[in-house]
Design a binder for this molecule. Sequence first.
Ligand SMILES: [Cu+2]
Length: 240
Amino acid sequence: MTTTNPTRRRMLQVVAGTAVAGLAGCSSTGGQTGGSTATEHDDASSEQHDEGTEHHSEATEHHEEETGHHEEETEHHEEETESGHGHEDGGHGEIGDPTDHAEVAMKTEDGEYHFAPHVVRVNVGGTVTFHNESGSHATAAYHPDNDKPQLVPDGAAAWDSGLLTEQGATFEHTFETEGIYHYYCKPHETLGMIGTVIVGEPDAHDQPALEEPPAELGDEPRHKIEQLNERVNEALGHTH
Ligand SMILES: [Cu+2]
């Protein structure tokens, strides 16, 4: 029940590929560059413009494209470049642009319990694979189907992996609804083992997950969710 059968996985990959093609088409009409779409775009622009120097960094190319139109976006890219794409550093790095697939490790380390990174970001239709690295953990959405308050977008599907006890066990969920999702580890929720998935380019004003966490969750989970929301707002450039 915890592993994904190969056929289903292949199907998901095909679907994910289609989503990329669709996005590439949209973003060429102007809008935010993101993820692999940005890379393709950069390749094209470096062929056109870089007659002398071939070794422009990504950051430089972003500046060339965006300076003048979107000063805020340019600053955002600077931040990302300075600290790198910190998807593997345990959750303290920049969140970056959405991708079609993200991995989250579930671990018990020095008596602490983590989803790492704490926040990941995927495209609409993207998949997150949860990987049990050490200890026994579960991943479940804050959703009424799991007898929890709704901290996922309206209309979003719930998930619940059940307890993963074996090292190396995985569970994956595909996110079809844009928005912010908080999720928890059943045995360790009260110790703050909570994580977040950002799907697409959601409107921060319209997310149940970003509202003040309900009192029924208890102090530690609420505190953790507030921290996660700070990082989400930062990633979305939502500062008020
Ligand atoms: Cu856990």
